[in-house]
Design a protein. Structure first.
Lengths: 487, 496
């Protein structure tokens, strides 16, 4: 894995010291107050506003990300996450009154949200700003102390965090640790109260295994092969634009919820391919490698991985559009492939790049088998006007989230939980779900001393058993007897 | 094949093939889609209820055999409690299964969305020996209600119950989708190597680590219901009636439920110096009143745990702190209710979960010090506090962390379906009971819809400054600014 070599070695000792310091801050109660949480969120909001051009520049350096994408997909989403949290903080922090059960009558119950403690956020390289700050916002809003380990594969953004975050937040409770595998390993050896990881399944397994040693709960935001099912009854022009911007307008396909492959009918495929070609030319011109509106591939490693997918026998001949690559610039053009072999590499793992295979079937209903033969993806998309197909899709396709007639937008909606299932991950966040992800929901049940049920205690008799049976079944008579019968 | 006839397997190495084919059958059943329908789930829950009703005597019998539980205790803590949960699930199943429509602000995109709960697939439930019926069937209720196929591995340390479940469950429930696999650590290990869609484990932290490590290989989500040292804080209560009721509740939680072998039992008491003697006297009185007849108390589960507890008592300093009880009966695996006053804090009795009928009373200068005492130790499953002081109650809730907090009673959280049941930190993670069980075994899948009608051209490349400005306005919900900008009459400015 390529990565920056840190000048200072962040080893086990340093990791231990970092966690210890944060634990002290947490125990002192600093992070629990409304005032502290609000002030940190305000600091982050200011950071986003004041450093927007620095952030955009770092993203351009790391990924050649177009300014528009930086704004649309990272900065504005980070800002709205921050403001939404600030707006709702007080409400979320309030205990939730819940009805108590008749079995515990008389009693009152509530659920109190409390911070987990000291948490670790490990983020990914493709949306290096958003995927760092978004979980950190969640950690803060829930009242935790947090260490952020940004991805070393996006070094400019990582460095930016290390430099500017301390200027805007309380660095006795919020720390940035830069580094690659050795530093991450040192961090993972420590005991955390929660680990939030965004990345791939291979490292996700390592993170979870490390967490297991300390019984630390984890959230894993992973990926998968997000399918797009396209019906022939759609408004093709609009559908194709949405698919294209969802695929290539999102970091040139290097996004966990980007369309990975399309499934459509054999009869509709030619129209779909044509429409996509037209749209691609409109978006990126005749020479897409020269378009400023396309991100580059993040590094040589991934570039080679993607070109290998294209070079595979029986695959390269299925390219129907694009296929141009430029190793020096690490650029790959939007590429469409039609009916690659089902067992080809490109159909096996998450593509995470600008290659879009189109799989054709005789009937759309046959597509469910194909989708379900693969591991559960982070997102599944359907373009159709057919309500019945829509219902079948929702019932039969298990995914982190489903969006009908558009791509990716659901992640911008702070009222929807964002997370995976199966291989695409564990846990969800965004909006209140972020608050919940970093909280422990503590039940608090209060009783008085009236209403003592002598039937609860030995010596046990048949009569007591009868009363208990009735009580457990919610019988009012039994309740009456339980409360008032003296034994 | 031993598994299918439900014969006891002990710790022998199961034919891996037999075990795998059972799990494969559960997978096939799930893939067929039959567990997803409302009718199937309802029928399974109803069948479970019938099992609990028709086999009640058998259940009380095996609980007596495995743990020496009196019929009433066994009914109160296990059989009756599970029946209540099944009733609750049946009552609410339709509601829980219904998609949750979300009210979204107009500007949110997509504007129509709902959360659709769906089953995870094939789940593994590993239960513990101390409430072998309850801790097997409660999670199973959640798994079934959420539409999963399930494999249950009951604890081999409660062999009569394990045998009973392996025999009865297939007779009442859909035996293709719901399986009981008996066995010890080796069987558990084999099961843990397979790929599950969820693992629900109740037991010790040591095994919890093993379970989670195995789950990590397949990225399987887990719920770990572990234990800890659950303290009961005893503040001074005004009326003598209140004192007596409080002491009764503590005694019930310590000795009346599986002889102290309960994850939510009272592990130790915290009281201030001057109140301790009164408390001890009251406890002695209640022990006499409730537990004179040892027939009404459970037994230690096996020789290993019996020896463990005896060893704790044999330490010189610990033995010296015994103020009541202490006698043991190796043949019966019985230890009488025992009270200790200020045993050394560095001995096992105060560093490990006791899981037995030994009750240490730790005295403090003032009762408020109990908060620091608890904070210095791993987070327990529950903190009990007996007090009228509202300020103290608030401090306990805000300054300590535990699975839950119960004021002025003990154990009742177990039968309350409206609050989540689960640990935090060393006492575990994940919650269940009531709807929390349903959610625990579900994937809550957001579904958003858009129409083709409303289209924003500035969403698409090629990008230019104007599109950027338009989007800035949209994201700030500044519709007027948006319109002006669209018409070319306004430029975006940071100051606005």
């Amino acid at each position: 894995m390529e990565g920056k070599i840190s000048t200072e070695v962040f080893n086990r000792e340093k990791a231990e010291a970092t966690v210890k310091a944060l634990r002290q801050s947490f125990r002192a109660g600093k992070t629990k107050t409304y005032e502290w949480r609000a002030s940190q969120l305000e600091g982050i909001a200011r950071l986003i506003k004041e450093k927007e051009s620095d952030i955009t520049e770092a993203l351009r350096s790391d990924l050649a990300k177009p300014e528009m994408e930086s704004y649309l997909h990272e900065i504005s989403l980070a800002k709205s996450a921050c403001l939404f949290a600030l707006k709702n903080l007080k409400k979320w922090m309030k205990p939730e009154k819940v009805p108590a059960a008749i079995t515990t009558f008389p009693s009152s119950a509530k659920i109190v949200s409390e911070p987990l403690g000291v948490v670790l956020v490990i983020s990914a390289w493709n949306y290096p700003f958003l995927l760092s700050i978004d979980p950190v916002i969640g950690a803060i809003v829930a009242g935790n102390a947090v260490v952020l380990k940004p991805s070393e594969i996006a070094p400019a953004t990582s460095e930016l965090f290390a430099k500017i975050l301390p200027e805007y937040v309380d660095s006795s409770c919020i720390k940035v640790v830069e580094g690659g595998v050795p530093e991450t390993t040192a961090l993972l050896e420590q005991k955390w109260d929660k680990i939030f990881y965004t990345g791939n399944g291979k490292v996700g397994r390592i993170v979870m295994a490390a967490a297991a040693k300390h019984l630390t709960p984890v959230s894993l935001e992973l990926g998968g092969k997000s399918p797009v099912l396209v019906d022939s009854d759609v408004n093709l022009k609009v559908a194709v634009k949405r698919i294209a911007v969802g695929k290539w307008g999102c970091n040139n396909g290097q996004a966990c919820i980007a369309p990975d492959y399309i499934i459509t009918t054999k009869s509709f495929a030619p129209q779909l391919v044509e429409a996509l070609k037209v749209t691609l030319e409109k978006f990126y011109g005749k020479n897409p490698l020269e378009s400023a509106d396309l991100s580059r591939i993040v590094n040589l490693n991934h570039f080679k991985r993607l070109t290998d997918l294209l070079d595979e026998e029986n695959v390269s001949e299925k390219i129907v559009c694009g296929g141009q690559t430029d190793e020096k610039q690490l650029k790959i053009a939007p590429t469409l492939l039609l009916d690659v072999p089902h067992d080809s590499l490109i159909m096996k793992d998450e593509i995470f790049g600008p290659l879009l295979p189109i799989v054709t079937v005789d009937n759309l209903e046959d597509s469910f088998e194909i989708i379900n033969s693969m591991s559960k993806p982070l997102a599944a998309y359907l373009f159709t006007k057919n309500k019945k197909l829509e219902q079948e899709f929702i019932s039969n396709v298990s995914a982190g989230g489903i969006l009908v007639n558009d791509i990716a937008l659901h992640l911008a909606n702070l009222y929807l939980p964002f997370g995976g299932v199966g291989e695409s991950g564990i846990g969800a966040y965004h909006g209140k779900f972020s608050f919940d992800a970093f909280s422990h929901k503590k039940a608090v049940l209060s009783r008085g001393f009236a209403g003592e049920a002598g039937a609860r205690y030995p010596p046990y008799t048949t009569e007591k058993q009868w009363i208990l049976k009735g009580l457990i079944n919610g019988s009012i008579v039994a309740l009456f007897l339980a409360l008032f019968k003296r034994f | 094949m031993a598994l299918i006839t439900g014969k006891k397997c002990g710790d022998e190495e199961m034919g891996a093939l037999g075990l795998e084919s059972e799990v494969a059958e559960a997978r096939t059943a799930f893939d067929s889609g039959k567990t997803k329908g409302f009718e199937w789930r309802k029928s399974q829950l109803k069948a479970l209820l019938r099992l609990l009703q028709e086999k009640e005597d058998d259940m009380l019998k095996v609980l007596k055999e495995d743990l020496g539980k009196h019929r009433v205790e066994a009914f109160r803590d296990e059989v009756g409690a599970v029946a209540k949960s099944v009733d609750n699930a049946l009552l609410n199943l339709k509601k829980w299964m219904a998609p949750e429509k979300l009210s979204l602000p107009l500007a949110a995109i997509p504007t129509v969305a709902e959360i659709v709960p769906e089953p995870l697939g094939v789940v593994l439930v590993i239960s513990s020996w101390n409430f072998p019926i309850g801790l097997s069937l409660e999670p199973l209720i959640g798994a079934i209600a959420a539409g999963n196929a399930a494999v249950l591995k009951p604890s081999e340390l409660a062999p009569a119950t394990s045998e009973f479940l392996a025999d009865a469950v297939p007779k009442y429930l859909d035996c293709e989708a719901i399986k009981v696999i008996q066995g010890g650590p080796q069987v558990a290990e084999q099961l843990l190597e397979l790929k599950w869609d969820k693992i629900f484990f109740t037991g010790s932290a040591r095994v919890g680590r093993i379970v989670m490590t195995a789950a990590a290989k397949h990225l399987t989500p887990v719920t770990l219901e572990l234990g800890g040292k659950c303290p009961a804080i005893f503040d001074s209560l005004k009326s003598s009636r209140d004192k007596k009721v409080a002491v009764g509740r503590v005694a019930g939680a310590k000795w009346g439920s599986c002889l102290g072998q309960a994850c939510i039992g009272v592990d130790y008491l915290l009281v201030n110096d001057e109140y301790a003697p009164t408390l001890i006297e009251l406890l002695k009185g209640v022990i006499k009143e409730f537990f004179s007849n040892s027939e009404h108390l459970a037994r230690i589960v096996n020789k290993h745990h019996f020896q463990r507890l005896c060893n704790i008592l044999q330490d010189e300093l610990v033995a010296a702190s015994v103020v009541h009880g202490g006698s043991v009966n190796a043949e019966e695996l019985f230890i009488e209710p025992t009270i200790l006053l200020n045993p050394p804090l560095d001995k096992e009795i105060m560093t490990e979960e006791i899981f037995g009928p030994l009750l240490p009373i730790i005295t403090l200068k003032k009762i408020e010090d109990s908060i620091e005492f608890i904070r210095a130790r791993p987070k327990p499953l529950v903190i009990y506090a007996f007090t009228h002081d509202e300020k103290f109650k608030r401090r306990i809730v805000e300054d300590t962390s535990s699975g839950c907090v119960i004021f002025n009673d003990t154990l009742i959280q177990y039968v309350c379906d409206t609050i989540p049941f689960g640990g935090v930190g060393q006492s575990g993670f994940g919650q269940y009971h009531g709807k929390f069980s349903f959610d625990n075994f579900s994937n809550r899948k957001p579904v958003g819809r858009r129409s083709f009608l409303i289209e924003f051209s500035f969403r698409y490349p090629p990008w230019n400054e104007k599109k950027l400005q338009l989007l800035r306005h949209i994201y700030r919900f500044d519709y007027i600014g948006f319109v002006l900008c669209f018409l070319g009459l306004k430029r975006y400015s940071y100051r606005s």
